[in-house]
Design a protein around this ligand. Structure first.
Ligand SMILES: [Zn+2]
Length: 318
């Protein structure tokens, strides 16, 4: 699928601009393992990078003056027009179950050669797709489900695989509403197609839940809504330790500016309310945070900073 039919700066332009600067943009080279393991009490957690997505800088916040947005990027030592998004996926082991949380973007987008690495990186980490007993989807955007649609993947998964997703999310993708988003042209159609295809191909494995479901001991998926109607986070709790995999609840800018509307949010006001509520909760209970689009491995804490928040990266532990 090509995303090339977009005006300047197109996604392809953004990707090309960055890809030429990085040796790891070349398909076969792996300079670093791109996986990070940690423990949450008795629960084994591994963050695996699906790669990096290059998007137009305007995706940061479409309710914000472009000059204010540019100033933030400048303050962060980032280029003014291209936003680099990490794509973090998590593998969790608890109570004899192996749970894949989200699945990356897959291989369908040749314009994004630095993303879609999950299959290769799971293999490098010694994780056989046939060992995965459960998949939990935070939501059904293509950068979270695409990895399950890549060629040859479904055949390698167990026939009794359970795919957990909020009922509201599955229902949403039957007839998705894109009226409030502000995505690059080409994205809504690609997302619609991927969502529909996912529902069709994984229909028989899907296990929907209303608000909350315990997938394995200490591994609970909770619907938040906002980003998409069935957007969910995964809470891990064991032996006094806690960690939240937050999907697209928060992007890097969201700590300092939780009220900036990300271009991919289907209900931006509700997404901002949910973000503030859960960031406050994470700060209050000192729970660790991992999120899809925070820079790998993204393990961090959240602190309250006046009316907004402060991102506190965790220490590298190896
Ligand atoms: Zn996403």
């Amino acid at each position: 699928m090509s995303l090339d039919n977009t005006p300047h700066p197109s996604v392809k332009h953004c990707a090309d601009k960055v890809n030429t600067r990085y040796i790891h943009g070349r398909p076969e080279s792996e300079l670093v393992p791109s996986r990070y393991a940690l423990k949450v009490g008795e629960i084994d957690v591994m963050v695996v990078s699906d790669g990096v997505l290059s998007l137009p800088g305007a995706m940061l916040g479409h309710n914000v003056d472009p000059a204010v947005r540019a100033a933030w990027l400048e303050d962060m030592f980032l280029p003014p027009d291209v936003l680099e998004w990490a794509l973090n996926v998590v593998v969790v082991r608890s109570g004899g179950r192996t749970i894949l949380i989200d699945a990356g973007i897959g291989m369908e987008f040749p314009d994004l050669p630095r993303a879609g690495k999950l299959a290769q990186r799971l293999k490098a980490a010694g994780i056989d797709p046939a060992s995965v007993t459960d998949v939990v989807l935070t939501h059904m955007h293509m950068d979270h489900v695409g990895g399950l649609l890549a060629e040859g993947v479904k055949e390698r998964l167990r026939r009794d695989l359970r795919v957990h997703v909020a009922a509201a999310e599955a229902e949403f993708w039957e007839s998705p509403d894109f009226s409030r988003v502000s995505m690059p042209p080409g994205f809504p159609d690609a997302l619609r197609r991927t969502g529909k295809r996912f529902l069709k191909e994984y229909h028989s494995q899907m296990r929907t839940f209303e608000n909350e479901y315990e997938v394995a001991p200490g591994v609970v998926v909770q619907r938040t809504g906002g980003h998409t109607p069935g957007h969910s986070v995964v809470r891990l709790a064991s032996g006094g330790d806690r960690l939240m995999f937050a999907g697209d609840l928060v992007f890097q800018v969201g700590f300092e500016h939780p009220d900036w509307y990300n271009g991919f949010e289907h209900d931006p006001e509700e997404a901002a309310r949910v973000r503030v509520r859960l960031l406050r909760e994470l700060a209050a209970n000192r729970e660790s945070l991992v999120a899809t689009h925070l820079s790998f491995p993204s393990v961090c804490h959240v602190a309250v900073d006046g009316d907004v928040f402060r991102w506190v990266p965790g220490p590298w532990e190896y």
